[in-house]
Design a binder for this molecule. Structure first.
Ligand SMILES: [Zn+2]
Length: 126
């Protein structure tokens, strides 16, 4: 499976590399398919490609919720269960309402940038 990595995901002004890899390098007990490494010069979100694409997408969103929690509160406030529920709920709402989410996230973005975004997405094999 060929999959492009997104160069960066900016969250509260910090750029995280979003990396897709077959192995996370840590035990399954420590993760649900994704991991954040933020205590480095190059913060990153790593998502396992061992799962189906929908799980990878949900995992990336789950890790982003973790980062938002930490960045907005100065530490980890939300429980793993809460992060999991929020990630699943946002992911489900997005999948059920793609037009609404497209409007929320894409309205107002200049067309040349949208063309680049969608060209990169369409070139990604699933
Ligand atoms: Zn988690």
């Amino acid at each position: 499976m060929k999959q492009k990595n997104f160069p960066t995901v900016r969250i509260f002004g910090v750029d995280y590399q979003l990396i897709f890899t077959p192995g996370l390098g840590i035990s399954d007990e420590e993760t649900t398919g994704g991991v954040i490494s933020s205590n480095t010069d190059r913060p990153k979100i790593v998502v396992s490609t061992a799962e189906p694409i929908a799980t990878q997408q949900e995992t990336a969103l789950h890790e982003i919720v973790h980062i938002c929690d930490r960045a907005s509160s100065g530490g980890r406030i939300l429980s793993e269960k809460t992060v999991d529920r929020m990630g699943r709920a946002i992911y489900g709402a997005g999948r059920d309402n793609p037009g609404l989410f497209a409007w929320i996230f894409l309205a107002g973005i200049p067309k040349p940038i949208l063309r680049v975004i969608f060209k990169n997405l369409l070139e990604t094999d699933q």
